[in-house]
Design a protein around this ligand. Structure first.
Ligand code: ZN
Length: 517
């Protein structure tokens, strides 16, 4: 080699090395700039939560959300499609209106539960009745005919509508302790009495329906001001409504005092037969290693007591925004980027389990998956999910993340494989490196998780922006990594509860035909 060409070669090599490291820094800076200066999070949240609304599997709003996601990706030049993986009972929520009509008139804060049949426009008007104290199931069976023509109150009346932190702040120590003791005694008595009936809170609705009750009123308080959890009904013909703690308590006391309150339930839902159900899958093809994948993952469905803003609207818009940013600043990834918006996570990880079952090649080629699904907060925990060498690659990728987005993150390596809880578990069970970006709580469990309060106003956009930047950088690093990630499993310790050796979770099949007999 001539001296001059040697110099040229050396210069080339030098700029190549510097160039690469500059590129990483430049890309990270470009991700931050795009996320901060051109954030689409507020717009996405408005369109998904406020305009589209809740995303219960089998509802037309779930389908319209899937179509919205595909169109949104198209606008950004990212190809996306809805992939059908099963069918579900089609149902649509209509007007719910619940009023006390006697001895005085008052509109009540109440919601029909999911997949509950319609009352028609006329509704159902009837007197309320509470469960009796019984010594055994025989005594309960003897009492059961009393429910004929009545609306039955099946939840324990709460002694206080103030959350514990409110008591802690204002009550005397003695009175807080007294309230808790009384509440515990009441809960114990309620539990024992329910056992005596021969039913559980899950099975009693059907028995009451069979005995001629014309409706069921429950109140599933979520231990926060105004917060109730809203799930599904569990009856075939009669309405089941959840009533706010405040209104439920009032009605219960009126029954106890012999005031014979009557309520009117109008709940005009629609049955829509068997409907197809989907995952939305978006793809940015890889240029060098197209058969290796980095997946951004967040379930797309929600319960429908509110608009599913933090479960899982925030995880959804995090992944959408990260994908948008990556398409702009890193349009030709080395590995293929897939964004998975799963359906029916809430009924048992069904969408992601179906994807794992239907796409063995993608699962085999998975470099890493990042899932987010526990509220609006900044990511503060990442576990290696039991993969022995996860520290090496996750640690390396995290190094590229500016301190501001990672200094609160606590990592656990190798950690233990998640057996459920959210969609990463579907991939972990198949032995593929999938991780949960776990958020700070912001009172998720009491206030927004599956409640009537899970709405746009609970979103903390700065935290979600933080998570979109973190996700985009981790994705970029996982795509560019010269090495494939190791799938070697750590030896799992013993379960402290049972003393038995822990086992790696095994893949489970999804329910591909839900809510239909
Ligand atoms: Zn969720």
């Amino acid at each position: 080699m001539k001296k001059s060409s040697f110099l040229t070669f050396f210069c080339f090599l030098f700029t190549a090395i510097i160039g690469w490291s500059q590129t990483t820094e430049e890309i990270v800076a470009a991700i931050e700039k795009e996320a901060i200066e051109n954030s689409q999070l507020e717009q996405l949240a408005y369109e998904l939560m406020d305009y589209n609304g809740p995303r219960l599997v089998g509802t037309p709003q779930m389908k319209s959300a899937h179509d919205w996601a595909v169109n949104t990706y198209k606008k950004w030049g990212i190809s996306a499609e809805n992939q059908q993986w099963g069918t579900w009972r089609g149902w649509e929520r209509g007007i719910t209106h619940v009023d006390m009509v006697s001895p005085r008139v008052a509109s009540l804060h109440a919601t029909q539960l999911a997949w509950n049949p319609s009352t028609g426009k006329k509704g159902v008007t009837a007197e309320l009745i509470i469960l009796p104290k019984v010594s055994d199931s025989l005594a309960f069976a003897k009492w059961l005919p009393n429910v004929k023509g009545k609306i039955v109150m099946v939840s324990m009346p709460q002694p206080t509508g103030r959350p514990d932190e409110n008591w802690e702040k204002f009550a005397t120590e003695a009175s807080f302790a007294k309230m808790k003791k009384e509440r515990e005694a009441l809960e114990k008595e309620w539990r024992e009495n329910m056992e005596n009936t021969g039913y559980s809170s899950r099975t009693i609705n059907k028995a009451l329906e069979k005995a001629g009750a014309v409706g069921i009123a429950q109140s599933r308080w979520s231990k926060g001001f105004g917060a109730n959890k809203i799930f599904s009904a569990g009856t075939d013909k009669i309405p089941v409504v959840d009533i706010s703690l405040e209104d439920y308590g009032m009605l219960y006391r009126m029954v106890e005092h012999g005031a014979k309150p009557e309520i009117k339930i109008v709940a005009e839902s629609k049955e829509l037969g068997e409907v197809p159900t989907f995952n939305t899958i978006a793809t940015i093809p890889g240029t060098e290693l197209p058969d290796e994948y980095v997946i951004l993952s967040a379930h797309f469905d929600s319960w429908d007591g509110a608009t599913g803003a933090t479960d899982n609207g925030t995880g959804t818009i995090t992944m959408l925004e990260a994908a948008r940013i990556l398409k702009k600043v890193y349009p030709n990834p080395k590995r293929t980027i897939i964004i998975g918006h799963w359906g029916s996570e809430e009924q048992g990880l069904n969408g992601s389990r179906a994807f794992v079952e239907d796409n063995p090649k993608i699962v085999a080629g998975l470099q890493a998956l990042f899932n987010q699904d526990n509220g609006t907060g900044r990511v503060v925990r990442i576990s290696g999910q039991g993969f022995l060498h996860s520290y090496a690659y996750l640690g390396k990728w995290l190094e590229a993340v500016p301190k501001a987005y990672k200094n609160e993150i606590e990592t656990t390596f190798p950690g233990a494989p998640g057996g459920g809880g959210s969609d990463y578990a579907s991939f972990v069970a198949a032995g593929a490196p999938a991780f949960s970006l776990s958020s700070l709580s912001w009172d998720y469990w009491n206030y927004t998780w599956h409640t009537n309060l899970d709405t746009y106003d609970k979103i903390v956009f700065d935290d979600v922006r933080n998570n979109a930047i973190l996700t985009a950088i981790l994705t970029y690093m996982a795509c560019e990594d010269p090495e494939r990630t190791s799938r070697e499993k750590a030896v799992l310790g013993t379960n402290p509860r049972t003393g038995e050796q822990r086992e790696w979770p095994t893949p489970r099949s999804p329910n591909r035909r839900g809510g239909l007999d």
